[in-house]
Design a binder for this molecule. Structure first.
Ligand SMILES: Cc1cc2nc3c(=O)[nH]c(=O)nc-3n(C[C@H](O)[C@H](O)[C@H](O)COP(=O)(O)OP(=O)(O)OC[C@H]3O[C@@H](n4cnc5c(N)ncnc54)[C@H](O)[C@@H]3O)c2cc1C
Length: 448
């Protein structure tokens, strides 16, 4: 096995993996990076439809320390996002450390605190630790309904080109950002466009008063004030969703990831998109809805989201509740050290402003962990850190948490010493009741 035990392994070179790589370089932490695809960019390279433009705005998506070019529009296209991420890669010298077309198929914790990484070709390498940046918009979540739809039945992830919808009767399931984008595309090129909504959604236009809606609200306002303000603007600008044929939302703004789209309501008013309720069952090409209506379609697109998944890790090593990975400080486990799982949260609006300080914090955590025996995640847990109850993250709250954690770093070493003494005391009293270090996986465990 190749010994890289002085280095970290970064899995993935999407927006999160790139930010993490830059932070490691800045903190002079040796690493190697693996990317299954042929180039950087992650989802923006291989996971989104051709005509996509970002849903969050330029300013709420760019890395905090690397602005997008001034000549980019408020909502850059997929090509512009790729160009930006490519420039970021070159500017910070990240490319030379990335092994492209190299998929990690297994990462196992070792008894000595290190990690064993297996690549798709069968090669095994030993690393000090792993940074899991494999993204959370790829493992398709399908809805479950009785019966079978016998014509085209795809996930939004498999929608790439308008040609897939051209001239067809399209039903999109879901009310999120992809659902609305695809329903609008079907309104332009399809024979008909219906959208099946299980409940009401807050459809927020992409701009208000000429500004991206994501940038309109002063983020330092408390969330209740932002909600109130947004409700008021929506009432003035949009009116009632019922007037467009959509159900009224049954939840507060921001209780779900916001759907930011200006085309859905526009096409609804032009009779090009029609809302349908939840589905009761499928029968051939017919979809039966819960209101008793039955209609025929050529394509059903399930824009029903994704599972958070880590196929190369032993099952359950990173627990996931709902869509929230159960990690401390956005990335750490209490049971295992030298594994960091950033970027699983769904930041309201774009990734950049949060991922940049989070990557810097991770680099500091890696350096701190080098001085510790116990997993830093365990020390945080014992210091009162809580696991997330949702994957939705308010960017301002996230940045506040990152600043607070950064300020706590000097005290962590002392806390770890105290915790070690406490656990050693417990071990002495009841040797079999407490463990100090996290158990390693049996390398022979069948993982896949
Ligand atoms: C339609 C759509 C629209 C979106 N719009 C926005 C938006 O407007 N704003 C926004 O901020 N976000 C948006 N997103 C979310 C988008 O996923 C993020 O912007 C961003 O791509 C997440 O970065 P990431 O690095 O976590 O994951 P990804 O971009 O998915 O990158 C992960 C990388 O890891 C690699 N990888 C995975 N497994 C392995 C392995 N085992 N070995 C080696 N490499 C591996 C993948 O090939 C990939 O390159 C959108 C997503 C979708 C689907």
């Amino acid at each position: 096995m190749k010994d890289c035990s002085a280095k970290m392994a970064i899995i993935g070179a999407g927006p999160v993996g790139l930010a993490v790589a830059k932070a490691l370089r800045e903190h002079v932490i040796a690493y190697e990076q693996f990317e299954a695809d042929a180039d950087v960019g992650g989802n923006w390279r291989h996971g989104v439809y051709r005509n996509v433009h970002i849903i969050s705005s330029r300013k709420t998506t760019e890395y905090a320390d690397y602005p997008m070019p001034e000549n980019f529009p408020d909502f850059p296209s997929r090509e512009q996002m790729l160009a930006y991420l490519g420039e970021f890669t070159e500017k910070f010298g990240l490319r030379a450390h990335i092994e492209f077309n190299t998929k990690v198929v297994m990462a196992l914790p070792r008894a000595d605190g290190g990690w064993e990484v297996e690549l798709a070709g069968g090669e095994k390498r030993r690393y000090k630790g792993v940074l899991v940046c494999n993204g959370h918009h790829w493992s398709r979540r399908f809805p479950e309904y009785p019966g079978k739809f016998t014509s085209e039945f795809i996930h939004s992830k498999d929608y790439r080109e308008p040609e897939q919808l051209a001239g067809k009767r399209v039903l999109v399931i879901g009310g999120g950002n992809s659902a609305c984008d695809i329903a609008a595309e079907a309104a332009r090129v399809g024979a008909l466009s219906h959208i099946s909504l299980r409940r009401g959604y807050w459809f927020i236009p992409k701009t208000f008063f000429g500004m991206p809606s994501a940038e309109l609200l002063n983020p330092y306002f408390p969330v209740w004030m932002q909600r109130m303000f947004l409700r008021l603007i929506l009432r003035i600008v949009v009116g009632k969703y019922a007037d467009y044929g959509f159900p009224e939302p049954d939840h507060r703004i921001y209780d779900a990831h916001p759907t930011i789209n200006s085309e859905l309501l526009y096409y609804a008013k032009h009779g090009r998109i029609h809302a349908r309720p939840d589905i009761a069952r499928f029968e051939g090409q017919t979809v039966h809805f819960v209101d008793g209506r039955a209609e025929e379609y050529d394509v059903v697109v399930c824009a029903t989201g994704f599972h958070v998944s880590f196929p190369f890790l032993p099952p359950g090593l990173v627990p996931v509740k709902g869509s929230a990975a159960q990690v401390y400080a956005g990335a750490l486990l209490a049971e295992y050290k030298n594994i960091y799982v950033p970027g699983t949260e769904q930041v309201r609006y774009g990734f950049g402003p949060v991922v940049t300080p989070q990557a810097d914090l991770l680099a500091r955590c890696i350096l701190l962990q080098d001085e510790m025996e116990l997993p830093l995640g365990l020390v945080l847990k014992e210091s009162g850190a809580k696991l997330p109850t949702t994957h939705l993250v308010d960017p301002i709250a996230a940045m506040r948490d990152i600043r607070r954690l950064r300020a706590m770093i000097p005290a962590m070493r002392r806390r770890e010493l105290r915790l070690r003494k406490k656990l050693a005391g417990k071990n002495a009293a009841a040797p079999r009741a407490a463990t100090i270090t996290a158990p390693a996986m049996d390398p022979g465990t069948e993982v896949f």
